[in-house]
Design a protein around this ligand. Sequence first.
Ligand code: FEO
Length: 170
Amino acid sequence: MMSKKMADAINEQINAEFYSAFLYLSMATKLEDMTLPGFAKWMRVQYEEEVFHGMKLLDHMVERGQRVHLRDIAAPPVEWASPLEIFSEAYEHEVKVTEMINNLVRTAMDDNDFATNQFLLWYVEEQVEEEDNTSTIRDKIKLVNEMPGGLYMLDKELAARTFTPPPAGA
Ligand code: FEO
């Protein structure tokens, strides 16, 4: 049986994942406005990933017989000055999400909630990838920023990203 504290914390995380989705969708539209369709495509895929993260938590709550409390999703920012600012902020956001996931794991361990702890390990691994993806793109932008056509080439590279849902049970 999941404790109320654990269920409340997971409900909060569901909201945080959907906020992340909104944040990245807003970033995608700004990147479209900057005429960087490949960057925008990457961010749209990131939006889909965040919806997947939220839904995976939601499904776990349902499976464990817990009520899901969907709450208001805060409005994300709309304006950024550059792709570098966007990806720097995306990385900093992922660092915060990692801390939230770590706190969830701590709560599960304090509760001796082995099932939730096991379930959350997927998110622990996912956050390593999330931080790596955003920091790598941030660093690539820094590298190409001084090169003529560098941003254009990076835009072509990022356009290749597609969303592939992990297999059932993953
Ligand atoms: Fe759901 Fe980007 O972490």
